[in-house]
Design a protein around this ligand. Structure first.
Ligand code: LLP
Length: 424
């Protein structure tokens, strides 16, 4: 079988058939988030095998915002990746399963005092400092605790990338990081130089998501290497995440293997050209590790024919996947148990929320389905569960990991009691 991570093309995982899906539905109900563990591992292995250099260390940091649940963090730890957390909640999730705090990078543009203290008290390996005020607060906390902390400074390198295009010297008003030529950066560097409690280990940037055009990364790397060239000792660079996945057949992301070799090649070349030494090169993939491995199973309910549309309604929607409503994200779906060559029609898959925008897939080519049929939506593994909500007091579905013939619960479905538990 073709390796999804190598092909770059849209490949349907064949681990599901109607019989299995019905069994899963009976056991866990729908909607149901499913993850193919082998596929997650495959992606991780591709990163580990190809994001390497003999000139500098490399580090792969899983961006847990894409999908942060205990079992995923255990898997990440077992596979030897580091972790990016962006809140106390993500930090606590990681620590609760014994994730090595030294391998954690703490992000965020507005970390609270509580978050900074938690990072210090738990020995978080690196804090990625977003701005001057944060650095001042962090130094103050370190002084009070007589503790030293290692930091990366988040830079806004002026490259904004999105899927097929990118713009250099754009996005100067981003809420993230500090500008390359800003006085804020100068002041932050001065604090790092003069502080006995802050150790500057490197610089971070993140230029966007679902990036298909690798030259956007080249532009960012060039800026980052220029920054490094002003330092006498080799520091680390963290390029963030943003590597694309295939949501529909129209998406042709560069295969991960090529992404890795391209980044390493370009970095080595830039370092040679500018005569700069790099200690460690880090990346922070999120979507590209879990996106394609995840899918969502729904039960089709009623349908409705309007003058211009045929709707199939499913038992979930924007509460388990906000991405179509929020970003007009496109998805591919199949009705399980229907022959591939069955006659297809254009349908709109809508959820059950009181919101006209609650459409999961607009114009989806599907065979005729009836109430009770199972709809399998692909590539929902990144930012699906992690952005789920209780709008309309819908229950958050269960999450199940599939490993070969086995399936096991990693998050149980929310209960009705839990919905009102915190209400007084
Ligand atoms: N590092 C940093 C600092 C980030 O801000 C992000 C994503 C990543 C790494 C991982 O990026 P990835 O490899 O997953 O593209 N909710 C949006 C995505 C927001 C991404 C925010 N930052 C979505 O559903 O498309």
């Amino acid at each position: 079988m073709m390796d999804a991570s190598d092909s770059g093309a849209f490949v349907l995982e064949e681990f599901m058939d109607l019989k299995r899906a019905l069994r899963l539905k009976e056991k866990y109900q729908t909607p149901l988030y499913l993850y193919d563990v082998e596929e997650i591992k495959e992606k991780i292995h591709t990163f580990r095998n190809y994001f390497r250099s003999s000139f500098f260390e490399t580090e792969i940091i899983y961006a847990s915002k894409a999908f942060s649940v205990k079992e995923m963090i255990r898997l990440v730890q077992k596979e030897g990746l580091s972790l990016d957390v962006v809140s106390l909640g993500e930090l606590v999730t990681a620590l609760s399963v014994g994730f090595d705090p030294k391998c954690i990078y703490f992000h965020g543009n507005n970390k609270s005092e509580e978050e900074l203290l938690a990072a210090l008290e738990n020995g978080v390996g690196h804090i990625v400092v977003d701005n001057l005020e944060e650095l001042k607060m962090l130094e103050q906390k370190c002084l009070e605790k007589n503790q030293t902390v290692a930091v990366f400074l988040r830079l806004n390198v002026g490259v904004e990338a999105h899927t097929h295009h990118f713009i250099v010297t754009a996005h100067v008003d981003s809420k993230f990081g500090v500008g390359l030529d800003s006085s804020e950066l100068e002041q932050m560097l001065a604090i790092c130089r003069n502080s006995s409690h802050i150790r500057l280990d490197g610089f971070h940037t993140h230029i966007g998501s679902q990036i298909f055009d690798l030259t956007a990364f080249d532009a960012a790397m060039e800026k980052m290497v220029s920054v490094l060239s002003t330092f006498p000792t080799p520091l680390m660079l963290n390029l963030g995440g943003g590597f694309g996945v295939s949501y529909t057949e129209a998406d042709r992301p560069v295969p991960l293997k090529e992404v890795c070799t391209h980044l390493i090649f370009t970095m080595e070349k830039l370092l040679r050209e500018k005569n700069v030494s790099l200690r460690r090169f880090c990346i922070e993939p999120g979507r590209s590790i879990v996106g394609e491995a995840g899918s969502t199973l729904y039960t089709i309910g009623f349908s409705k024919q309007t003058p211009h549309k045929l709707y199939y309604f499913v038992d979930g929607g924007m509460t388990d996947n906000i991405r179509p409503a929020l970003y007009q994200a496109q998805y591919h779906a199949t009705v399980l148990g229907k022959e591939q060559n069955e006659k297809k029609q254009l349908v709109t898959i809508a959820g059950k929320c009181c919101e006209s925008g609650d459409v999961l897939i607009e114009n989806c080519l599907l065979p005729k389905a009836s109430p009770g049929d199972l709809l399998w939506v692909h590539t929902t593994g990144a930012y699906g569960y992690s952005m789920s909500s209780n709008y309309n007091k819908q229950l958050i579905p269960a999450v199940v990991f599939i490993e070969g013939d086995e399936d096991y619960l990693v998050v149980r479905r929310q209960t009705l009691e839990e919905l009102t538990e915190r209400e007084i």
